[in-house]
Design a protein around this ligand. Structure first.
Ligand code: ASP
Length: 316
């Protein structure tokens, strides 16, 4: 059995390509790298890789991470600029036993030494979004709340599980701001003897519950991935509201080592993509109805509209 699940509609083409590799016996790590690189390279996604939205200084600082669920090797980069595929750098770092999480200049030096492709990641479309935002918030630049990190969990035919994330983080974030995505246990976690999970949403809140680790822990206790995701999201949402009066966006995907999956969210409009051996890759939309997260297949109309909106011409 092989399988892959990922946050958001944008992952569909990537996991389809990764799924074909898994079908032909590829290792989970190779398939996941391919899936995430495809998303990083696609210029119309505003939240991952090239075309990602900049920080308040108009720089695209990217975060990414990779975890091997067999060995617990972890590699991560945060606030890295001007490299085409942060996930590749994170995966490469996972082979190190120390210095495996590097930030900004340190991450860039490492990536340069290792020969990773350099690229100016600030696209013309992202510049337009930035300038529009500056006009809208003429008085004060504030981080824009909205989210779209890609998080992928993959299971290969040998039973190995890996997880990876890649993001430009929050639009208009402060220079140097790091969210949950490169932080182990928060943005991602994988244990091949159990399963893997990944999160997207307001990093500052996701980190308060170490939500990906919590989901894997719940699966280890025997919960189905769907129950594990719902318990983790609903509990963190409730705790945040109780203690702080509000909760940011929290959305998660998880898969166990049998290829069974689960998803949960506390927002409207969370989508995810999944492909599994013998099934056609598909996109689903998730709704939280009184604590139960229900997902349904995205309609053709929704899918077409999604791409049209992403690719529509932008005017200043
Ligand atoms: N979780 C990411 C962060 O806070 C944002 C996202 O999911 O888009 O950096």
């Amino acid at each position: 059995m092989w399988a892959m699940i990922a946050t958001w509609r944008m992952a569909l083409e990537g996991i389809t390509a990764g799924g074909e590799m898994l079908e032909h016996g590829a290792a989970a790590g190779e398939a996941l790298e391919k899936a995430i690189c495809d998303i990083e390279d696609f210029p119309y996604y505003k939240s991952v890789g090239y075309g990602g939205l900049p920080n308040e200084e108009m720089e695209v600082e990217l975060d990414a991470a990779y975890m091997d669920g067999n060995t617990f090797d972890i590699g991560a980069v945060a606030a890295i600029k001007d490299f085409a595929n942060p996930i590749k750098v994170a995966k490469r770092l996972s082979a190190e036993s120390v210095n495996c999480m590097l930030v900004s200049e340190g991450a860039e030096k490492f990536a340069h030494k290792e020969g990773f492709e350099r690229k100016n990641m600030l696209s013309d479309r992202a510049k337009i979004h930035y300038r529009k935002r500056v006009k809208e918030t003429a008085q004060e630049l504030r981080p824009y709340i909205g989210h779209d990190t890609v998080g992928v969990v993959a299971l290969d035919q040998h039973g190995k599980m890996v997880v990876g994330t890649s993001t430009s983080g929050l639009f208009m974030k402060k220079k140097g701001r790091v969210g949950d995505s490169p932080i182990s246990g928060s943005g991602f976690y994988a244990d091949s003897t159990v399963g893997g999970a990944s999160a997207t949403g307001l990093g500052e809140d996701l980190m308060k519950g170490c939500i990906s680790y919590e989901i894997v822990r719940l699966m280890k206790e025997g919960h189905h991935p769907q129950a594990a995701c719902e318990i983790a999201v609903n509990n963190l949402d409730a705790e945040l509201k109780k203690r702080r009066g509000k909760a940011g966006d929290l959305s998660v995907v998880a898969m166990n080592n049998k290829g069974e999956y689960g998803v949960a969210t506390n927002i409207e409009g969370f989508s995810f993509a999944v492909c599994r051996e013998g099934e056609t890759p598909a996109v689903y939309l998730v709704k939280n109805v009184d604590g139960k997260c229900i997902h349904e297949l995205a309609s053709e109309e929704w899918l077409n509209n999604y791409m049209q909106t992403r690719m529509a011409p932008l005017s200043e």
